[in-house]
Write a protein that binds this ligand. Structure first.
Ligand code: GLP
Length: 242
Protein backbone atom coordinates (compact mmCIF):
# COMPACT_ATOMS: atom_id res chain seq x y z
CA UNK A 1 0.00 0.00 0.00
CA UNK A 2 1.19 3.46 -0.80
CA UNK A 3 0.23 6.06 1.82
CA UNK A 4 0.06 9.70 0.77
CA UNK A 5 -0.52 12.28 3.49
CA UNK A 6 -1.59 15.68 2.17
CA UNK A 7 -0.50 18.83 4.00
CA UNK A 8 -4.01 20.19 4.33
CA UNK A 9 -7.60 19.21 3.65
CA UNK A 10 -7.60 21.30 0.46
CA UNK A 11 -4.50 19.50 -0.77
CA UNK A 12 -6.17 16.20 0.19
CA UNK A 13 -9.19 16.86 -2.07
CA UNK A 14 -6.88 18.06 -4.84
CA UNK A 15 -4.56 15.03 -4.63
CA UNK A 16 -7.41 12.51 -4.75
CA UNK A 17 -9.01 14.43 -7.63
CA UNK A 18 -5.73 14.33 -9.55
CA UNK A 19 -5.80 10.51 -9.42
CA UNK A 20 -9.26 10.44 -11.01
CA UNK A 21 -8.35 12.99 -13.67
CA UNK A 22 -5.06 11.21 -14.43
CA UNK A 23 -6.93 7.93 -14.98
CA UNK A 24 -9.46 9.55 -17.31
CA UNK A 25 -6.75 11.33 -19.30
CA UNK A 26 -4.43 8.31 -19.46
CA UNK A 27 -7.14 5.98 -20.76
CA UNK A 28 -9.90 7.67 -22.73
CA UNK A 29 -12.29 4.74 -22.18
CA UNK A 30 -11.43 4.29 -18.50
CA UNK A 31 -13.95 2.62 -16.18
CA UNK A 32 -13.95 4.50 -12.88
CA UNK A 33 -15.82 3.41 -9.76
CA UNK A 34 -16.85 6.24 -7.46
CA UNK A 35 -18.11 6.43 -3.89
CA UNK A 36 -20.49 8.88 -2.26
CA UNK A 37 -20.23 10.63 1.09
CA UNK A 38 -18.76 13.75 2.66
CA UNK A 39 -15.23 12.70 1.69
CA UNK A 40 -15.81 12.23 -1.99
CA UNK A 41 -18.07 15.29 -2.37
CA UNK A 42 -15.01 17.54 -2.02
CA UNK A 43 -12.97 15.29 -4.31
CA UNK A 44 -15.64 15.41 -7.02
CA UNK A 45 -15.80 19.21 -6.76
CA UNK A 46 -12.02 19.35 -7.28
CA UNK A 47 -12.32 17.06 -10.34
CA UNK A 48 -14.92 19.43 -11.81
CA UNK A 49 -12.67 22.47 -11.14
CA UNK A 50 -9.78 20.75 -12.92
CA UNK A 51 -12.01 19.86 -15.86
CA UNK A 52 -13.29 23.44 -16.08
CA UNK A 53 -9.75 24.85 -16.01
CA UNK A 54 -8.36 22.45 -18.58
CA UNK A 55 -11.09 20.38 -20.22
CA UNK A 56 -10.36 16.77 -21.22
CA UNK A 57 -12.41 14.35 -23.29
CA UNK A 58 -14.82 12.25 -21.22
CA UNK A 59 -17.00 11.01 -24.08
CA UNK A 60 -15.71 7.43 -23.69
CA UNK A 61 -15.24 7.38 -19.92
CA UNK A 62 -17.54 5.10 -17.90
CA UNK A 63 -18.40 5.91 -14.29
CA UNK A 64 -20.47 4.05 -11.74
CA UNK A 65 -21.10 4.29 -8.03
CA UNK A 66 -19.89 1.29 -6.07
CA UNK A 67 -23.14 1.17 -4.16
CA UNK A 68 -26.71 2.41 -4.08
CA UNK A 69 -29.32 2.91 -1.40
CA UNK A 70 -32.31 0.67 -1.99
CA UNK A 71 -36.05 1.05 -1.49
CA UNK A 72 -35.97 4.84 -1.88
CA UNK A 73 -36.91 6.82 -5.01
CA UNK A 74 -33.97 7.11 -7.39
CA UNK A 75 -34.61 10.89 -7.52
CA UNK A 76 -34.10 11.21 -3.75
CA UNK A 77 -31.32 13.78 -3.20
CA UNK A 78 -29.30 11.27 -1.16
CA UNK A 79 -29.40 8.37 -3.62
CA UNK A 80 -25.97 7.52 -5.03
CA UNK A 81 -27.46 7.92 -8.50
CA UNK A 82 -28.46 11.54 -7.82
CA UNK A 83 -25.23 12.37 -6.00
CA UNK A 84 -22.91 11.07 -8.72
CA UNK A 85 -25.13 12.54 -11.42
CA UNK A 86 -25.02 16.04 -9.92
CA UNK A 87 -21.44 15.94 -8.59
CA UNK A 88 -19.67 14.42 -11.62
CA UNK A 89 -21.71 13.13 -14.55
CA UNK A 90 -23.58 16.34 -15.41
CA UNK A 91 -20.78 18.85 -14.70
CA UNK A 92 -18.24 16.85 -16.72
CA UNK A 93 -20.71 15.96 -19.47
CA UNK A 94 -20.26 12.18 -19.24
CA UNK A 95 -22.79 10.57 -21.65
CA UNK A 96 -25.80 9.06 -19.84
CA UNK A 97 -25.15 5.62 -21.38
CA UNK A 98 -21.73 5.62 -19.73
CA UNK A 99 -23.15 6.11 -16.23
CA UNK A 100 -23.81 2.62 -14.91
CA UNK A 101 -25.95 2.22 -11.81
CA UNK A 102 -28.06 -0.48 -10.22
CA UNK A 103 -31.69 0.53 -9.61
CA UNK A 104 -32.95 1.67 -6.20
CA UNK A 105 -35.96 -0.64 -6.35
CA UNK A 106 -36.26 -4.26 -7.43
CA UNK A 107 -37.93 -7.49 -6.41
CA UNK A 108 -34.88 -9.55 -7.42
CA UNK A 109 -31.67 -8.18 -5.96
CA UNK A 110 -29.63 -11.26 -6.85
CA UNK A 111 -30.46 -10.67 -10.54
CA UNK A 112 -29.69 -6.93 -10.26
CA UNK A 113 -26.34 -7.73 -8.65
CA UNK A 114 -25.41 -10.12 -11.48
CA UNK A 115 -26.48 -7.58 -14.10
CA UNK A 116 -24.43 -4.77 -12.49
CA UNK A 117 -21.33 -6.99 -12.52
CA UNK A 118 -21.98 -8.07 -16.12
CA UNK A 119 -22.33 -4.47 -17.30
CA UNK A 120 -18.98 -3.56 -15.72
CA UNK A 121 -17.30 -6.69 -17.08
CA UNK A 122 -18.63 -5.88 -20.57
CA UNK A 123 -16.65 -2.62 -20.40
CA UNK A 124 -13.46 -4.46 -19.53
CA UNK A 125 -13.59 -4.30 -15.74
CA UNK A 126 -12.66 -1.48 -13.40
CA UNK A 127 -9.53 0.59 -14.02
CA UNK A 128 -9.80 2.73 -10.91
CA UNK A 129 -12.00 2.24 -7.87
CA UNK A 130 -12.18 5.21 -5.52
CA UNK A 131 -13.23 4.33 -1.98
CA UNK A 132 -14.29 6.15 1.15
CA UNK A 133 -14.23 4.35 4.48
CA UNK A 134 -16.84 4.06 7.22
CA UNK A 135 -15.82 4.70 10.82
CA UNK A 136 -16.19 0.94 11.40
CA UNK A 137 -14.06 0.15 8.35
CA UNK A 138 -16.88 -0.59 5.92
CA UNK A 139 -16.40 -0.23 2.17
CA UNK A 140 -19.54 0.60 0.22
CA UNK A 141 -22.23 -1.37 2.05
CA UNK A 142 -19.84 -4.17 2.97
CA UNK A 143 -20.24 -3.95 6.72
CA UNK A 144 -17.84 -5.58 9.22
CA UNK A 145 -18.04 -9.36 8.91
CA UNK A 146 -18.58 -9.38 5.12
CA UNK A 147 -16.54 -12.26 3.65
CA UNK A 148 -13.60 -11.26 1.45
CA UNK A 149 -14.97 -13.43 -1.39
CA UNK A 150 -18.26 -11.51 -1.56
CA UNK A 151 -19.41 -10.34 -4.98
CA UNK A 152 -22.08 -7.74 -5.74
CA UNK A 153 -24.92 -8.17 -3.23
CA UNK A 154 -27.81 -6.57 -1.41
CA UNK A 155 -26.71 -5.71 2.11
CA UNK A 156 -28.11 -4.13 5.20
CA UNK A 157 -27.33 -0.53 6.03
CA UNK A 158 -25.45 0.80 9.03
CA UNK A 159 -27.75 2.25 11.70
CA UNK A 160 -26.57 5.85 11.48
CA UNK A 161 -27.03 6.06 7.71
CA UNK A 162 -30.34 4.22 7.89
CA UNK A 163 -31.73 6.65 10.47
CA UNK A 164 -30.70 9.64 8.35
CA UNK A 165 -32.16 8.26 5.12
CA UNK A 166 -35.37 7.21 6.87
CA UNK A 167 -35.71 10.79 8.15
CA UNK A 168 -34.91 12.41 4.81
CA UNK A 169 -37.18 10.16 2.74
CA UNK A 170 -39.91 9.83 5.38
CA UNK A 171 -39.62 6.06 5.00
CA UNK A 172 -41.80 4.38 7.66
CA UNK A 173 -40.15 2.04 10.19
CA UNK A 174 -41.80 -1.06 8.71
CA UNK A 175 -40.22 -0.51 5.25
CA UNK A 176 -36.80 -2.12 4.92
CA UNK A 177 -33.90 0.03 3.71
CA UNK A 178 -30.78 -1.58 2.33
CA UNK A 179 -27.94 -1.11 -0.07
CA UNK A 180 -26.75 -2.87 -3.18
CA UNK A 181 -22.96 -2.83 -3.29
CA UNK A 182 -20.05 -4.27 -5.20
CA UNK A 183 -18.52 -6.98 -3.00
CA UNK A 184 -15.04 -7.13 -1.50
CA UNK A 185 -13.92 -9.51 -4.25
CA UNK A 186 -15.07 -7.05 -6.94
CA UNK A 187 -13.22 -4.20 -5.22
CA UNK A 188 -10.03 -6.30 -5.07
CA UNK A 189 -10.32 -7.07 -8.81
CA UNK A 190 -10.07 -3.35 -9.68
CA UNK A 191 -6.78 -2.66 -11.42
CA UNK A 192 -6.09 0.33 -9.20
CA UNK A 193 -7.65 1.47 -5.93
CA UNK A 194 -7.57 4.86 -4.19
CA UNK A 195 -8.93 4.97 -0.65
CA UNK A 196 -9.52 8.52 0.59
CA UNK A 197 -10.13 9.55 4.20
CA UNK A 198 -10.10 12.90 5.94
CA UNK A 199 -10.88 14.27 9.38
CA UNK A 200 -10.14 13.09 12.91
CA UNK A 201 -13.21 10.82 13.02
CA UNK A 202 -11.42 8.52 10.54
CA UNK A 203 -8.05 8.43 12.34
CA UNK A 204 -8.71 5.36 14.50
CA UNK A 205 -10.09 3.18 11.72
CA UNK A 206 -7.37 4.25 9.28
CA UNK A 207 -4.70 3.03 11.71
CA UNK A 208 -6.59 -0.25 12.21
CA UNK A 209 -7.18 -0.82 8.49
CA UNK A 210 -3.65 0.02 7.37
CA UNK A 211 -1.55 -1.33 10.22
CA UNK A 212 -3.79 -3.84 12.00
CA UNK A 213 -4.59 -7.46 11.12
CA UNK A 214 -6.23 -8.25 7.78
CA UNK A 215 -9.68 -9.39 8.88
CA UNK A 216 -13.29 -9.24 7.66
CA UNK A 217 -14.04 -7.49 10.98
CA UNK A 218 -12.35 -4.44 9.40
CA UNK A 219 -13.37 -4.70 5.73
CA UNK A 220 -10.90 -2.02 4.56
CA UNK A 221 -7.98 -4.05 5.97
CA UNK A 222 -8.27 -6.28 2.88
CA UNK A 223 -6.71 -3.46 0.88
CA UNK A 224 -3.34 -4.36 2.44
CA UNK A 225 -3.43 -7.32 0.02
CA UNK A 226 -4.04 -5.27 -3.15
CA UNK A 227 -1.13 -4.84 -5.57
CA UNK A 228 -1.88 -1.21 -6.49
CA UNK A 229 -3.68 0.61 -3.71
CA UNK A 230 -2.97 4.19 -2.66
CA UNK A 231 -4.40 5.60 0.55
CA UNK A 232 -4.74 9.38 0.48
CA UNK A 233 -5.20 11.09 3.84
CA UNK A 234 -5.35 14.55 5.30
CA UNK A 235 -3.21 15.20 8.42
CA UNK A 236 -6.14 14.60 10.83
CA UNK A 237 -6.97 11.16 9.41
CA UNK A 238 -3.28 10.17 9.57
CA UNK A 239 -2.96 11.13 13.23
CA UNK A 240 -2.90 7.58 14.69
CA UNK A 241 -0.52 6.11 12.13
CA UNK A 242 2.76 5.01 13.68
C1 GLP B 1 -21.40 5.41 3.21
C2 GLP B 1 -21.12 4.91 1.80
C3 GLP B 1 -19.65 4.54 1.64
C4 GLP B 1 -18.77 5.69 2.10
C5 GLP B 1 -19.04 5.98 3.57
C6 GLP B 1 -18.19 7.12 4.14
O1 GLP B 1 -21.48 4.34 4.09
N1 GLP B 1 -21.95 3.78 1.49
O2 GLP B 1 -19.37 4.23 0.30
O3 GLP B 1 -17.43 5.36 1.93
O4 GLP B 1 -20.41 6.33 3.68
O5 GLP B 1 -18.88 8.34 4.08
P1 GLP B 1 -18.24 9.73 4.46
O6 GLP B 1 -17.28 10.07 3.38
O7 GLP B 1 -19.40 10.67 4.51
O8 GLP B 1 -17.56 9.57 5.77
Amino acid sequence: MKITIAKSETEFFQTAAERIVAQMVRKRDAVVGLATGRTTKGIHAAVCDMHRQSPFDVSKVTVFAMDEVTNVPREYAGSCYTLILTQIVTPLGIPAENFIMPPTRSDDWAAEARLFEQRLAARGGVDLQVLGIGEDGHLGFNQPGTPFDSTCWHSRMDRELEARIRRETQTPDNAVLGGITVGIKNIMESRKIVLAANGSRKARIIAAALKGPVTPDVPASVLQLHHDCEVILDPAAADYLP
